[in-house]
Ligand binder design. Sequence first.
Ligand SMILES: O=C(O)CCC(=O)C(=O)O
Ligand SMILES: [Fe+2]
Length: 165
Amino acid sequence: MGGSADELEGDKAGDPFWVLRLIGYPGKSPANSQTNHIGCGIHTDYGLLTLINQDDDITALEIKNLSGEWIAATPIPGTFVCNIGDMLKIWSNGLYEATLHRVINNSPKYRVCVAYFYEPNFDKLVEPLELFVEKSGRARLDQKAVYGEHLVNKVKNNFVMEELN
Ligand SMILES: O=C(O)CCC(=O)C(=O)O
Ligand SMILES: [Fe+2]
C-alpha cells in the first residue's frame, strides 16, 4: 500500500479482532426448482481483509463489479479469495474499495467455506490516514467508525434468512 511495514500495527490493528468462521450452505433440494433462499445476503465485509477458502467444485460467491453486474467468483483450486473490508476502505481513503458480495448456493451439494477475517482493534476509531489521503489524490472521505460498533451493527443486519433475488 505504500506505507511502512508496520503501518497498521499498534493501536490500529496490533491487537486484531480476528475471527475464523466455518460457514455451511445447504444445497438446493432437487424438488425445488427455485433459487435457493438460504445464503448470505448482499454485504461488504466489515474489517480489514478477509481470506476465503471455498469448496473447489461449487460456484456460489458472487461479486458486484463496477458496472453493477453480479459476477461469479469461480473457485480456483489452491487459492483464496481476498476481500477488502470497510475499515481498509476508510483507512486507505477509498484507494481500496470494499466490494459488495453475496452467496447463493444453487448446487444440490452442501457448500462449506472457511473465512478468516483480519480486523482492526475492537475499540479503534478508524478515519482516513493522512498518508492515503495524499496517496489517493482525492478529497478526504467523510467516513469514520469505531470498528467494534460498526461490526455489531452490521452483524445484526446481515445474518438473516432472506430472499436473495
Ligand atoms: O461463503 C463465502 O464464500 C463468503 C462468506 C462471506 O461473504 C462472509 O462471511 O462475509
Ligand atoms: Fe463477506
